[in-house]
Design a protein around this ligand. Structure first.
Ligand SMILES: [Zn+2]
Length: 171
């Protein structure tokens, strides 16, 4: 084991380690370019030089959420997972025999707040309104909330829960 106190960092090493950190190279990859320096030694150097990003303080940046919002989010998360399972099932069932099957489905970020469908009929629905079928409001009705600019048919929420999963193919 190399004791770093017996081997002070040379100016060349410091310069290289600083440049590697600035370039976003990982500690282990940086250590590989610094003969005799371990990953931990590189991390220690970065910390001494104040190059490492400080650990976030626990609790900092967390906003307190109301029980209603938490329940709202739990429901949205449940709906999201159910939707993913259904999409995955449909995807697998529609895949030709012998085709690769997705091992996992990419997470798509935080769910927008769920919306209550307005229950518009197809005739009432304009092009700028969400066309997600609103089963809860009755058959042949649609969500009707403003369409998300990034979606050809759906509001932000239905775009989120309805987006086709991104298959992560097996190697
Ligand atoms: Zn919608």
């Amino acid at each position: 084991m190399t004791n770093q106190h017996q081997n002070p960092w040379t100016e060349e090493e410091k310069k290289l380690a600083t440049e590697l950190k600035a370039a976003g190279v990982s500690a282990s990859q940086s250590a590989a370019q610094l003969p005799g320096r371990t990953r931990n030694a590189v991390i220690g150097f970065w910390q001494r030089e104040g190059l490492s990003s400080p650990r976030p303080e626990p609790g900092l940046g967390k906003t307190k959420r109301s029980p209603e919002e938490l329940e709202f989010r739990r429901q949205a998360a449940r709906e999201y997972r159910r939707n993913l399972r259904q999409q995955k099932k449909a995807f697998i069932e529609s895949a030709p025999d012998g085709a690769a099957v997705p091992r996992r489905i990419a997470y798509r970020g935080e769910c927008p707040p769920p919306v209550v469908p307005l229950g518009l009929s197809l005739l009432e629905l304009s092009d700028s309104q969400c066309k997600w079928p609103g089963d809860d409001a009755g058959p042949y009705t649609f969500c009707g909330h403003p369409r998300d600019a990034a979606s050809p048919a759906y509001c932000s929420y239905h775009r989120w829960i309805g987006t086709k999963p991104t298959p992560m193919w097996r190697a």
